[in-house]
Ligand binder design. Structure first.
Ligand SMILES: [Fe+2]
Length: 289
């Protein structure tokens, strides 16, 4: 084969692979899978089921509101947790899809909503986003959804759920500021040592600080599963253009402290997913060690 023909067939193959990858990415962005996880603790007195999703980013693809409602109804959770970045704070920001989803979910179980960097941005940059943050708050409140930013609620006789507000300097791409335990103490006070302490902390980058503060389980998202998932649960790239973060999603622990990390439901800016399906996480909390 001469050089020209070789180059032509090489280019054709490259274009074919790129087209197949884009096709697969579009399929994944319209998908939803349900995955089950379980966690035991002596602090848990009564078994509970939590349905957890994060980084919805006002997704409208693939009848997602209806599918999330249907799956959640089937799963019969005690609580529904939303891990933040339900909205997207960028040009043309909206809150309609999020409020339409919460309106459906709140009919199925109590809904608790942790703050992401996009909600925090709506609140901070009112010159750009107007009253959108207040409208979101008012909408959630009227539906009965509990938004937790530097607040703690007690659930039953054995659970405490806190929602941490994380300031923008911690969201910048690595090397970002290191988070100290004192940051959590200043924002939330001391962790509840008697109860199983759950913590909405949108960025998973500071797991050590959350664990040292006393979180038994941190609920995070933000990395979107690393956009493209590599073998070994490694995420190729986060929305902050951080590379090769691991683990990119799932339930994992360090000592007695666990983290449930969502790969997200939607996308923004880099609208790609590859080997990285949107996931509705089901966590069964069980009594015992
Ligand atoms: Fe985020």
């Amino acid at each position: 084969m001469d050089k020209k023909k070789l180059l032509f067939s090489f280019s054709l193959t490259a274009v074919g692979i790129a087209a197949a990858a884009l096709f697969e990415s579009e399929r994944e962005r319209r998908s939803l899978i349900v995955r089950h996880y379980a966690l035991r603790s002596a602090k848990i007195k009564r078994a509970r089921r939590i349905v957890y999703l994060s980084d919805f980013h006002e997704r409208r693809l693939g009848d997602i509101e209806e599918r999330l409602q249907m799956e959640t109804k089937r799963l019969k959770p005690d609580y529904i947790f939303l891990g933040g970045d339900m909205v997207t704070a960028k040009h043309g920001a909206s809150i309609e899809a999020t409020l339409a989803l919460t309106e459906r979910l709140v009919k199925l179980a109590p809904v608790f909503y942790g703050e992401g960097n996009h909600e925090a941005r709506l609140d901070r940059d009112r010159g750009r986003y107007g009253d959108l943050f207040d409208e979101l708050q008012a909408g959630l409140e009227s539906q009965g959804v509990r938004y937790l930013s530097d607040e703690t609620v007690l659930l039953g006789e054995d659970l405490a759920l806190s929602g941490l507000h994380i300031t923008e300097n911690y969201y910048k791409r690595a090397p970002h500021d290191e988070m100290e335990v004192d940051y959590l103490r200043a924002h939330l006070g001391e962790a509840n040592a008697e109860r199983f302490q759950l913590l909405f902390a949108h960025s998973p980058a500071f797991f050590d600080a959350y664990a040292r503060w006393g979180a038994d389980l941190s609920l995070s998202g933000h990395w979107h599963g690393g956009t493209i998932r590599l073998p070994g649960n490694i995420g190729l790239m986060t929305p902050q253009a951080e590379f090769f973060r691991r683990p990119a999603s799932g339930l994992f622990s360090r000592g007695r402290h666990a983290m449930l990390l969502s790969p997200g439901i939607g996308t923004h800016s880099i609208n790609l997913r590859f080997l990285n399906l949107p996931e509705l996480m089901v966590l069964d909390l069980k009594e015992g060690v």
